[in-house]
Design a binder for this molecule. Structure first.
Ligand SMILES: Cc1cc2nc3c(=O)[nH]c(=O)nc-3n(C[C@H](O)[C@H](O)[C@H](O)COP(=O)(O)OP(=O)(O)OC[C@H]3O[C@@H](n4cnc5c(N)ncnc54)[C@H](O)[C@@H]3O)c2cc1C
Length: 429
């Protein structure tokens, strides 16, 4: 049974992560009538472990196990991954985008003005992060504060709830931009899972989605897929663009942990400080893990005897870029690492161990890799052109899928730049 939604939209945006919400905000500011279809719900963020698990740990929906048994997660909720991410902001690698004829510098300047963008003040940097920073200094590593999308006036010391979904509205999430869009007249339909794009006379004219047990259709002259690195590739495949999802990256992460004599009884904002080594393709940062994650990762590598040290453990996150590979299909997702990717991670792990030792940590061990930055599955130059349009006219993709090369960076800020640019182009054409 089909049900039809109102048809007089200028564009339909599928997904409300950082790219989708930025598009909805910017297009609706230009008086365009926008419908956002979002698979997830929009319950207010409570900062609870249970809510975070509901967003990012449902097998086959938001959590996937690769064939090497590593974990890959994404956020299925209004606001996408930004609801549970660590709010670290890095400027786009401008030269990479220049190679594809895309200059993101003007958009980066515009976005900086409207976001809470910058490093945390000293009083919001936790004692674990400070101790790791001291260790890095002693080890001769050029460690420094990372830029965050956090309002320091609302953020609280001794708190880690941003990683569960900040309940104090201190962390910027894509929900903030979506709220602006709704104030501008944009419509949002939650619990609406888009399955395919409708193509008529060779052009995109609408989408088919499931909502409350019904199959529904919504129409608009422009469709933008912003369903994330996995979601958009799956929708493209079922819409006739089979080349999507044939290769992608995940930015694997390893946590390196060690115990010190000092006790840390409170939570901290993760990734307060760190170092980016672009030539090596790695980023290292402090990572104050909430207890359930510490227990999970430590158990996973059989270090049961380290479990009682939870309040004395320092953790460094090592994130590396990985070569595009693997496969996304309608039912499963799989990405394993190449030898080169593992070597990159190993190099980062060695640096992390040196820093932890210099910080006085003992019993140092590392976790298996896990990941949360899936992208590149509908890359610029392969599936979309530099205007982010697919070979089906009026069908665009704007999210981490379009990142054209191996990545290894926090993507949120870049995705907002791409969405800003696309909104300007759609309004101008
Ligand atoms: C624990 C964690 C920490 C992170 N830390 C950082 C960080 O510090 N800095 C940073 O920059 N990045 C970080 N990230 C990554 C970042 O949040 C994501 O890369 C980013 O959110 C991706 O944006 P996107 O627009 O591509 O997709 P998403 O944010 O995944 O948004 C896609 C949206 O589409 C919806 N959707 C999916 N499929 C469908 C469908 N079929 N129909 C309708 N809707 C659909 C989803 O529910 C979601 O709302 C982190 C991620 C995690 C999980």
């Amino acid at each position: 049974m089909f049900s039809y939604t109102n048809t007089d939209y200028d564009a339909i945006v599928v997904g409300s992560g950082p790219a989708g919400a930025t598009l909805a905000r910017e297009l609706s500011r230009q008086k365009q009538k926008i419908l956002v279809l979002e698979w997830g719900g929009d319950a207010p963020l409570k900062g609870s472990f249970a809510q975070m698990a509901g967003i990012a740990a449902i097998p086959g929906k938001s959590a996937f196990i690769n064939s090497d048994l590593s974990l890959l997660i994404r956020g299925i909720t209004t606001g996408g991954g930004t609801t549970i991410n660590y709010a670290t902001a890095m400027l786009p690698p401008f030269e990479m985008f220049d190679r594809y004829g895309i200059d993101l510098r003007p958009q980066a300047e515009q976005i900086k003005q409207i976001l809470p963008y910058g490093p945390l003040p000293d009083d919001l940097i936790g004692p674990r992060a400070k101790r790791i920073w001291q260790g890095a200094k002693q080890a001769g590593v050029d460690w420094g504060k990372l830029d965050k999308l956090i309002d320091p006036n609302r953020c609280r010391a001794n708190c880690h709830l941003c990683s569960y979904g900040c309940p104090y509205s201190a962390k910027w999430t894509a929900r903030d931009f979506l709220d602006h869009a709704l104030q501008n007249g944009c419509e949002l339909l939650t619990h609406a899972k888009v399955s395919k794009v409708i193509v008529e006379n060779g052009q995109a004219t609408g989408v088919e989605y499931q909502h409350q047990g019904k199959i529904c259709i919504a129409r608009a002259p422009r469709i933008v897929l912003s369903a994330g690195g996995i979601g958009s590739a799956q929708i493209l495949q079922s819409s006739g663009i089979e080349e999507a999802g044939k290769a992608f990256f995940i930015d694997p992460v390893v946590a390196v942990m060690g115990a010190v004599d000092e006790r840390f009884d409170h939570g901290e904002v993760p990734m307060a400080a760190g170092v980016h080594l672009p030539e090596e393709g790695i980023i290292l940062s402090d990572l104050a893990l909430p207890k359930p994650f510490f227990h999970l990762f430590t158990t996973q590598v059989g270090r049961f005897h380290r479990l009682p040290s939870v309040n004395k453990t320092l953790t460094i996150m090592v994130k590396a870029k990985d070569l595009p590979g693997g496969r996304i299909s309608s039912r499963w997702v799989n990405k394993t690492l190449a030898g080169e990717d593992k070597a990159r991670l190993d190099k980062g792990v060695d640096i992390a161990k040196t820093i932890l030792s210099a910080a006085g940590a003992r019993h140092i061990y590392q976790t298996h890799h896990f990941a949360a930055h899936q992208g590149g599955s509908a890359a610029i130059g392969t599936v979309v052109n530099s205007d982010l349009e697919t070979r089906i006219p009026n069908l665009y993709v704007c999210d981490a899928s379009v990142i054209p090369e191996a990545w290894g960076l926090p993507p949120t800020f870049t995705l907002m730049c791409l969405a800003y640019r696309l909104s300007q182009r759609l309004c101008d054409s």
